[in-house]
Design a protein around this ligand. Structure first.
Ligand code: TXA
Ligand code: MG
Length: 362
């Protein structure tokens, strides 16, 4: 299959203004919508990561998504919508707290789990009676969904197990020849996937931490719980996460990644020591540092992931750095750890998975 590339320039976003695409860009988005309406697959930018879209209401399209990603078919897909009235078509009930969360964070990087309506195919929900729904804020995603005339099932557009794509180039590396088209809308803004909140119970439960933090959710609905199975110790004990995708080793670079945690000076000393030993044994070694520490390492390859003064920068660069490690053919990677509060909860969740939970405490 020849994968078409649609390059679209995204006008600067202002929350109060409607985005106006040029007519040629709009024509490309319409063409992508048409491919989706006919059961084809199109990768597209969202504000979190690139998605691999297909018609959520068409079981054949969902099956194609699983095949293109090499993803186990018990791992359900998120259904993307571009207007709030779509929610009633997909969800059997919309509890009051869900309504409040939708008002606060949609369109935006939050996914909610509802009891599904009959019309949502089991091929899309991985056999579950619930459906994950997300209303993305990215203007390309919004226009593409509207152009398709349907709702769009979309996992992250990476091969299963690889880091999620934050640029069209990443998608191309994984999906060229496997899908009908890719819309290139430039690098995404946030860089890690949406927060998933199960709203089927009395207390909303976080199934996957993301850009919308626990603190932000609590401000809107009061009490919020976290799926105990995604707390790292429990995951190690083999508890089954409620979001099936969270049980897989994910986001993994090809090199062997270890996280070193502790006070800054001790971490730097330990990583320098480990890097030196590994280099001496003939391994190609890289260090994932921060702007604050990158000058302190002695190693051939040092990449700064961002600044600790602004965790958004760390989320933004995380997957790109992990992919770059693959491009550089690195055998061994040592990374600093990040605080677990706020956005750090999502960052550490992804980093720990990428490291297969290899952590050294100093
Ligand atoms: O930011 C995002 O959410 C991106 C962009 C493309 O929107 N999408 C994304 O999809 O991250 P994916 O497929 O890579 O991750 C979806 C996660 C998986 O862990 C899956 O198990 C969980 O959502 N999920 C989907 N439906 C579910 C359901 N009904 N119940 C529990 N978990 C569900
Ligand atoms: Mg994914």
């Amino acid at each position: 299959m020849k994968t078409q590339m649609f390059k679209v320039s995204v006008p600067a976003q202002d929350e109060t203004q409607n985005i106006e695409f040029s007519s040629s860009d709009m024509a490309q988005i319409q063409a992508a919508g048409q491919i989706l309406a006919e059961g084809g697959l199109v990768a597209f930018p969202t504000e979190t990561v690139y998605g691999l879209g297909g018609d959520a209401m068409n079981p054949k399209a969902s099956e194609k998504i699983y095949a293109a990603k090499g993803r186990p078919s018990d791992n359900p897909l998120i259904v993307h919508i571009a207007s709030l009235d779509a929610l009633e078509v997909l969800a059997k009930e919309v509890p009051q707290k869900a309504q409040a969360l939708a008002e606060a964070f949609w369109p935006g990087p939050m996914t909610m789990i509802f009891k599904k309506q009959e019309c949502v195919p089991y091929e899309t929900t991985g056999g579950l009676d619930t459906v994950a729904v997300r209303f993305p804020s990215h203007p390309v995603a919004k226009e593409m969904i509207l152009a398709s005339g349907t709702y769009i099932a979309a996992p992250s557009a990476n091969t299963s197990g690889r880091p999620s794509p934050t640029t069209a180039q990443h998608v191309f590396e994984d999906m060229d020849g496997r899908i009908d088209a890719i819309i290139d809308g430039g690098q995404v803004n946030i860089g890690i996937e949406s927060t998933i909140v199960d709203v089927t119970g009395d207390v909303p439960m976080i199934l996957r931490p993301g850009y919308i933090t626990e603190e932000m959710l609590k401000k809107v609905v009061g009490e919020v719980s976290i799926d105990p199975a995604i707390i790292d110790d429990n995951l190690m004990k083999g508890m089954r996460p409620k979001a099936p995708g969270m049980k897989y080793k994910h986001y993994a670079p090809k090199g062997d990644l270890t996280i070193v945690e502790g006070a800054q000076s001790a971490v730097v000393a330990k990583i320098n020591e480990l890097a030196e030993t590994a280099t001496q044994s003939g391994k190609r070694v890289a260090v994932i540092a921060t702007d604050e520490t990158k000058a302190l390492y002695r190693c051939a390859l040092i990449e700064s992931i961002g600044t600790r003064n602004n965790e958004d920068t760390i989320a933004h660069n995380l997957y790109d750095i992990l992919r770059r490690m693959d491009d550089l053919g690195v055998d061994v990677i040592y990374s600093e750890a990040f605080s677990e509060g706020g956005l750090g909860q999502a960052i550490m969740n992804r980093l720990l998975k990428a490291a297969g939970h290899q952590v050294i405490e100093v």
